[in-house]
Design a binder for this molecule. Structure first.
Ligand code: ATP
Length: 249
């Protein structure tokens, strides 16, 4: 980030840093041009949310941490935007929860898969899945269906940030507990999630890690109770109402 010279005191620092990272991701061959559009959509929602983690998103992040800690086979799915925005934070979350990391692209090319895996290795990831592509998600066309047999295919809990709606629905049909991070509470991905986190991935991923660390010593029964009490529709409704009715100060 050496050529990024906006001072942290700038009122739109986080948003400008985000744009800069996505731009760099495109230059490095990590992020697709479609990813730039997705970023723009996300930014608009974040602006309306007040660019902060609202209480319902914080609760969802805590429930997500509980799921990850209780899972037998948790996997974090990484696409081009995720890799550009939070590579180190994803590695830290994987370490804190024992989750695997898998590269999973909407517009899959071998070159971009490898560039992302390499980028994650540079940020400390040891094992990065996704390149074997020896499993298939039922109900999706060939390229979109590809996953690793011992990764997303086997997973009981998956974190899918910024996921395409079709794939989110197909994963949910497979019976997985799906944790979606998406700034649009109306997107199909957020709507199909067992745990929708309506927050910027830049804030959400470190927040899940922080909750996971706090929940390390909490009993399994307590974590399960937290999961039971969570209402995904309520979380979505509260984000939607913040976007529609929140005051922009
Ligand atoms: P769906 O098919 O689920 O309805 P979509 O077609 O709207 O989704 P895309 O255009 O692929 O989805 O965009 C991906 C989603 O990622 C958007 O809903 C956008 O709000 C969200 N998004 C983009 N950037 C971020 C970010 N930094 N943090 C969280 N969410 C983001």
């Amino acid at each position: 980030m050496t050529d990024f010279e906006i001072p942290e005191s700038h009122p739109r620092y986080e948003s400008l840093l985000t744009r800069h990272r996505i731009e760099e991701g495109v230059e490095k061959g990590i992020t697709s041009q479609q990813g730039l559009i997705a970023q723009g959509r996300g930014e608009a929602y974040d602006y309306l949310l007040g660019e902060e983690t609202i209480p319902s998103a914080d609760e969802a992040a805590r429930v997500a941490a509980s799921h990850l800690l209780l899972a037998d086979h948790p996997v974090l799915s990484v696409n081009g935007n995720v890799a550009a925005l939070v590579p180190g934070e994803i590695v830290t979350l994987a370490e804190a929860t024992g989750a695997a990391i898998e590269v999973n692209l909407f517009n899959r090319t071998k070159k971009r898969m490898e560039a992302i895996a390499e980028h994650l290795h540079e940020h400390g990831a040891r094992d990065v899945k996704g390149l074997a592509a020896d499993g298939r998600i039922p109900g999706l066309d060939h390229e979109r269906a590809k996953v690793d047999a011992d990764g997303i295919y086997e997973a009981d809990v998956v974190v899918v940030p910024l996921e395409d709606g079709d794939r989110a629905e197909a994963l949910s049909e497979m019976g997985k507990t799906e944790i979606v991070i998406d700034l649009n509470p109306l997107s199909r991905s957020a709507q199909t999630a067992s745990v929708p986190i309506v927050d910027n991935i830049i804030r959400a991923v470190p927040n899940i890690t922080e909750h996971a660390r706090e929940l390390q010593d909490v009993s399994e029964a307590e974590r399960n109770a937290m999961i039971e009490a969570f209402d995904p529709d309520g979380a979505l409704a509260s984000a939607e109402s913040q976007i529609r009715d929140g005051s922009l100060e």
